[in-house]
Design a protein around this ligand. Structure first.
Ligand code: NI
Length: 267
C-alpha cells in the first residue's frame, strides 16, 4: 500500500463512520474553501504484534521521518509524530500507543484475547487492511469494562485500526482562517464541539491552536448485539511561525491530551 492508497483508504473508512466530517468538508467547500489535511491520528496498543514500532516502520519506508515524542501519563499514552521528508505538503502522522503494562491482569488478559485475532507477524499494511481484526469478538459489557479505565482502549477495541481523526489545516483556508471563525461556523450549523479545557486548545504562545468536533455515534456489532459507540471526530488546526520564520510542525501535549477526549462521551 503506497501513501496515496493509504490516505484514500483512511478517508473512505473515516467518513463511513464519521458522516459529520464529510458534511463539514462539503460545508467549507461550499464556502469556496480548498481543504488541506494537516495530520491524521492513529491509535494502537503497546503489544509487540501491533505496537507503534510497526506503524513507524511503514511510515519510514514511505519517506516519513520519526520526529517528536509526547507523553500523556494520565492517559497511559506515548505518541510520536511523523513528517514526510521530501514532501512537507503531505499530512503529518500522529501515532499514539496505550501502555498495556500499566493496567491490571484482567484488563491485559482481555486485550491479549483481542490481539490473538491478529495474524502472526502481520505488517502494518496487513493490520490496516484488516481494520478491526477482533470485530464482533467483544461483548458490550467487556467494552464498558475497558471504557471504565481507558476510553482510548475501548475506542480501539470497538473501532480497530483506522484514522481516529483527520485535521483541516486552517492556514490553508481563506475565509475561515482562525479557530474562532471555524468554531462559530460549526456551531451555527449544529455541530457539537469538544469543550474539554475550552473549545480552543493552545494559543499563539504554543504555536498551535486546535479545536475539534465531538465524535459521531454509531451502532457497531458486538458479540451480543448492536450497541452505539463513539466513532471519530474532525479536527481543525492553525499553526504559527516560530522565531526562525518557519511554521511550527509539532504538537502540544497539553492540547492533544484534551483532544483525545473528543471520543469520550460521558454517558
Ligand atoms: Ni490531532
Amino acid at each position: 500500500m503506497n501513501l496515496e492508497k493509504f490516505f484514500e483508504k483512511s478517508w473512505i473508512d473515516y467518513i463511513k463512520v464519521t458522516p459529520s466530517a464529510k458534511k463539514i468538508l462539503d460545508l467549507l467547500e461550499s464556502e469556496g474553501e480548498i481543504i488541506k489535511n494537516d495530520h491524521i491520528a492513529l491509535r494502537t496498543f503497546s503489544h509487540p504484534k501491533v505496537h507503534l514500532e510497526l506503524f513507524s516502520e511503514y511510515f519510514i519506508s514511505q519517506g516519513y521521518l520519526k520526529k517528536d515524542k509526547y507523553l500523556f501519563p494520565d492517559k497511559k499514552l506515548t505518541a510520536f509524530h511523523f513528517e514526510h521528508q521530501a514532501n512537507p505538503e503531505l499530512p503529518k502522522i500522529f501515532v499514539s500507543e496505550l501502555d498495556l503494562s500499566s493496567f491490571n491482569e484482567n484488563y491485559q488478559t482481555l486485550i491479549d484475547r483481542l490481539i490473538e485475532k491478529v495474524p502472526e507477524k502481520a505488517t502494518f499494511v496487513e493490520l490496516y487492511e484488516l481494520g478491526n481484526p477482533w470485530a464482533g469478538d467483544l461483548t458490550y459489557k467487556e467494552y464498558e469494562f475497558l471504557k471504565n479505565e481507558s476510553e482510548y482502549a475501548a475506542w480501539l477495541a470497538g473501532m480497530g485500526f483506522r484514522a481516529n481523526h483527520f485535521t483541516v489545516s486552517l492556514n490553508h483556508l481563506k475565509k475561515y482562517n482562525s479557530v474562532e471563525k471555524v468554531n462559530a461556523l460549526l456551531k451555527e450549523n449544529g455541530f457539537s464541539l469538544n469543550e474539554a479545557g475550552g473549545a480552543i486548545k493552545g494559543s499563539p504562545d504554543t504555536f498551535l491552536e486546535q479545536s475539534s468536533t465531538m465524535a459521531d455515534r454509531l451502532k457497531i456489532p458486538f458479540s451480543d448485539g448492536l450497541f452505539e459507540v463513539s466513532t471519530c471526530y474532525y479536527e481543525f488546526a492553525l499553526r504559527y511561525k516560530l522565531k526562525d520564520g518557519k511554521y511550527f510542525q509539532g504538537f502540544v501535549a497539553q492540547s492533544a491530551g484534551k483532544i483525545f477526549e473528543s471520543t469520550d462521551l460521558k454517558d
